[in-house]
Design a protein around this ligand. Structure first.
Ligand SMILES: Cc1cn([C@H]2C[C@H](O)[C@@H](COP(=O)(O)OP(=O)(O)O[C@H]3O[C@@H](C)C(=O)[C@@H](O)[C@H]3O)O2)c(=O)[nH]c1=O
Length: 186
């Protein structure tokens, strides 16, 4: 397992060790002890999620607030995504910074998203299976987000406009500017 820092404080890329042989491959997709020893992250994951999306889907930018804030450990089982983190932690030295990375079934890279960061991804191949662990349970009432196509964030999702597909919920998400205003009032 190799751990690489990103430009966002406490967000890490994890490259698992993959054992290949004539049958195929094997790797430990998660090992609590090794993960904690190597990353020094003491997160206890309590929920695993999986979603499937076709090319052009953009999910995000999402987080849960307050006591329901979630750290996430993300990977792609099949297909390819552009994964994005926006640091929305006011107290963070990297507040407002954006990190993007391609996660795919071949590179098997995983991404650790700290609590308080907004997270989203665009889907670059049909039938992409996205899988992630969370350290807090889903709580609908605490969901917060920013519109993924917000112009001031200017995230290049690598999907042409006419192919982008967002959920109705995500189409109604606020701008980054409004999100910041709401947050600073709290
Ligand atoms: C996230 C989630 C959704 N759901 C339900 C609610 C809804 O009916 C259906 C689909 O939910 P959503 O549209 O919110 O799914 P989705 O847009 O895929 O939401 C996810 O997006 C990515 C970017 C993240 O970072 C995740 O934390 C999560 O917010 O699944 C759960 O039951 N448990 C969960 O943990």
């Amino acid at each position: 397992m190799t751990i690489t820092k990103t430009n966002i404080q406490e967000a890490y890329i994890i490259q698992p060790q993959v054992f290949k042989d004539e049958r195929g491959y094997f790797f430990e997709s998660f090992n609590q002890e090794k993960f904690q020893n190597e990353t020094r992250i003491t997160t206890q994951f309590v929920q695993d999620n999986e979603s499937m999306s076709n090319y052009g889907v953009i999910r995000g930018l999402h987080a849960q607030s307050g006591e329901f804030a979630q750290a996430k450990l993300i990977r792609v089982i099949q297909g390819k995504v552009l994964d994005v983190i926006v640091d929305a932690r006011k107290e963070s030295p990297t507040y407002g910074e954006i990190f993007t990375i391609e996660l795919n079934a071949e590179n098997k890279k995983q991404l650790f998203v700290p609590k308080g960061c907004l997270h989203g991804f665009s889907v670059l191949e049909d039938q992409t299976i996205f899988s992630y662990k969370c350290d807090a349970y889903y709580n609908k009432a605490s969901e917060i987000g920013v519109h993924p196509l917000d112009q001031s964030l200017a995230i290049h999702w690598q999907v042409p406009e006419d192919k982008q597909l967002l959920s109705e919920k995500d189409r109604l998400l606020p701008s980054w500017e409004d999100f910041l205003k709401n947050n600073s009032e709290k």
